[in-house]
Structure formats: structure tokens, C-alpha cells
Ligand binder design. Structure first.
Ligand code: NAX
Length: 331
């Protein structure tokens, strides 16, 4: 039998945590033959709720679950973890300035970077979900220099899946037949959902989405804004932000990173830029990637038209601004 993998979930008493933790315990994230030990971290005010989740995990009688740690101690939570899913943070509530949210969250990520560096397994893979996701991941990367920078990523798979979903709905095709959309840039409303290289598998082979959807206007306007604004639409409808789809996307992100992407398919991940597609090195930017043997690599050589270039640069500029803002808070 395989050795259990230790998975840390921070902010585990929150909404996404509640949807995500049972998925991990059921093997959705790491496969049906991979035992797991789940470490759950939250803050003191949420300790009782966290204990409730711990009791429910025991009550789930999950065959793959080999242990649970529920704690408010960051060092204990990070101890020897192989995978860290960072959901923890201060949510943006009504009337709260975006800057105020950012200043609170970047300090949390600076502190947790140090804890991960000291206590996590040396090859720990990190996925930052909490907003501002790219910039929190950037701070984590800069303050945990001993963790390989390629191991620090942020979630844009939810945006990627939303784009697949919109195309599938439009064409009335099954979502699993749609592939190779791209989310470029920031997990924010400046992200650029790009369908120029996306295809649909039909009875007559793989056909480009641009050929199947003649309505360029829809692809260049409504499709893009629907994906960019989907999070807000969910909040409006549910009065809470996306949770089940976010949890599912977290599982997809880690699953594909660890176990690989299928031949001919890429996915979107927020990863460290090394200058591909002219994006400033060092930023955490969402790119199309393929994964093999636990490593991602950016898909190279895709043709970028003028329309795409402008949108990719706009979202990169926003990330540069967020970066300098984050550093101004950290002093
Ligand atoms: P919740 O507010 O329900 O849960 C957050 C949890 O984090 C709370 O239990 C809170 O007590 C805990 N927390 C706060 N400070 C902490 C700290 N220092 N250490 C550990 N835990 C701490 O939010 P939820 O809806 O679960 O969303 C979690 C995060 O994901 C939010 O930042 C949200 O904005 C972000 N999202 C990111 C998405 C993405 O695609 N990247 C999509 C979904 C989601 O909106």
C-alpha cells in the first residue's frame, strides 16, 4: 500500500474547506488508491467550528483517510505536509476596501510562508486559493525562498473550468469534449479567458471552437465578461461566494499537477513567470501548462494576436500594481 500523503488545508473551517475536505478524503484529489492524512488549520475564533468538521470527518468513515489534525497552531499544521492548500484569509465583506483586504492577507501569507518553510516537507507543493490569489502566492514565494519556486502556484482552474462550461453550454456539447481554453493572468476581473486555441471533440474529429462558434462578437465580448464576472454572479445568486466549484477546481489543479495532464490537453495554473509570452519574470501569472511527473511546464509557441496581447498585458499590469501595493504594506 502507498504511504499516506499529508495534505494541509488552511481556512479549513470556511466554506470552501467544507466542500473540499470530503473530496480529499474520498480520493478525488489524489486518486482512489492514495491514502491521505488531512491537516486542518484555522484561527482561534473558528476553533470550535473546526472541531465540528473534524468530528464529521471521523463520521464519514472514509477508507482512505489515515489521520486528521485539526489545529490553530500554524507550526503543527504545516508539519511535514506534502501538499498545502491555502484557503485561509480575510474575506472581502461589503463596504471593505480592496486595499484593506490585501493588506491583511499579504501579512498572513508572509507569516505562513515562514511556517511552511520551516515545517513542511522539502518538496511540498503549494496551491494558494485565498484572494488576492496570485499576489498571496507571490508573497509566499518571496518569503519562503527554500521552497522551490516552481512548487508555489495559485488557483485559476476554476476560471478555466468556467470557460469550458460556457463553451459547452453554448454548443450544447459535453464539457469533457471541450479542451484547451486558457486563462491568462490574474484571478480577478482582468483575467483573459482565451478560446483561440480551444477545440471540441466531435464525431468528425477535433474542431476549433472559433470554427464551431461563428459568432465572433459573442466570443470576444459576452463570453469573456461572463467568465470574468462569474464569481460575482454566484455571490449575487447564493449570497455566498463559489464553494463547491472552487473545491472541485482545487482537486483538478492538484490532481493534474501530481498525476499529469492527458496527452494533447493543457490546463490553466497560476505559476511563476520566467518571461514566456513577454510576461515579467517573477510574477505569478496564469498560463496554459501541461504536467508530467509532478512538474508543470508552460505550453510554448502559441500564436498571440493583437486582441489577446492587449488583454494579456492589461492583466500583467494589474499584477505589477498589486505587487508594489503588497510590498508597500509589508514595509
Ligand atoms: P471563508 O471566509 O468561508 O473561509 C476562510 C477561512 O479562513 C475562515 O474559516 C477563516 O477563519 C480562516 N482564516 C482567516 N485567517 C486565517 C489565518 N491566518 N490562518 C488560517 N485560517 C484563517 O472563505 P471561503 O469562501 O472558504 O474562501 C476562501 C478564500 O478563497 C477566500 O479568500 C476567497 O476569496 C478565495 N476564493 C478564491 C477563488 C479562486 O479561484 N482563486 C475562488 C473561490 C474563492 O472566492
Amino acid at each position: 500500500e502507498k504511504e499516506p500523503v499529508k495534505v494541509l488545508v488552511t481556512g479549513a473551517a470556511g466554506q470552501i474547506g467544507y466542500a473540499l475536505i470530503p473530496m480529499i478524503a474520498r480520493g478525488v484529489m489524489l486518486g482512489p488508491d492514495q491514502p491521505v492524512i488531512i491537516h486542518m488549520l484555522d484561527i482561534e475564533q473558528a476553533a470550535e467550528a473546526l472541531h465540528g468538521v473534524e468530528m464529521e470527518l471521523i463520521d464519514g468513515a472514509f477508507p482512505l483517510l489515515r489521520g486528521v489534525v485539526a489545529t490553530t497552531d500554524v507550526a503543527e499544521a504545516c508539519s511535514d505536509v506534502n501538499i498545502a492548500i491555502m484557503l485561509g484569509g480575510i474575506p472581502r465583506t461589503e463596504g471593505m476596501e480592496r486595499k484593506a483586504v490585501m493588506s491583511r492577507n499579504v501579512s498572513i501569507y508572509k507569516a505562513q510562508a515562514l511556517a511552511l518553510e520551516q515545517h513542511a516537507a522539502a518538496d511540498c507543493k503549494v496551491l494558494v486559493v485565498a484572494n488576492p490569489a496570485n499576489t498571496n502566492a507571490l508573497i509566499l514565494k518571496e518569503f519562503a525562498p527554500s521552497i522551490p519556486e516552481k512548487n508555489i502556484t495559485c488557483l485559476t482552474r476554476l476560471d478555466h473550468n468556467r470557460a469550458l462550461g460556457q463553451i459547452a453550454e453554448k454548443l450544447q456539447e459535453h464539457v469533457s469534449d471541450v479542451k484547451n481554453v486558457i486563462i491568462w493572468g490574474n484571478h480577478s476581473s482582468t483575467q483573459y479567458p482565451d478560446v483561440n486555441h480551444a477545440t471540441v471533440t466531435t464525431s468528425s474529429g477535433e474542431i476549433s471552437v472559433r470554427d464551431l462558434i461563428a459568432d465572433d462578437k459573442w466570443l470576444n465580448t459576452e463570453f469573456i465578461t461572463t467568465v470574468q464576472q462569474r464569481g460575482a454572479a454566484i455571490i449575487k445568486a447564493r449570497k455566498h461566494s463559489s464553494a463547491l466549484s472552487a473545491a472541485s477546481a482545487v482537486c483538478d489543479h492538484i490532481h493534474d499537477w501530481v498525476l499529469g495532464t492527458p496527452e494533447g490537453t493543457w490546463v490553466s495554473m497560476g505559476v511563476c513567470s520566467y518571461g514566456s509570452y513577454g510576461i515579467t519574470p517573477g510574477l505569478i501569472y496564469s498560463f496554459p501548462v501541461t504536467c508530467q511527473n509532478g512538474k508543470w511546464s508552460i505550453v510554448q509557441g502559441l500564436k498571440i494576436d493583437e486582441f489577446s496581447r492587449a488583454k494579456m498585458d492589461a492583466t500583467a499590469n494589474e499584477l505589477l500594481e498589486e505587487k508594489s501595493l503588497a510590498y508597500s504594506f509589508l514595509g
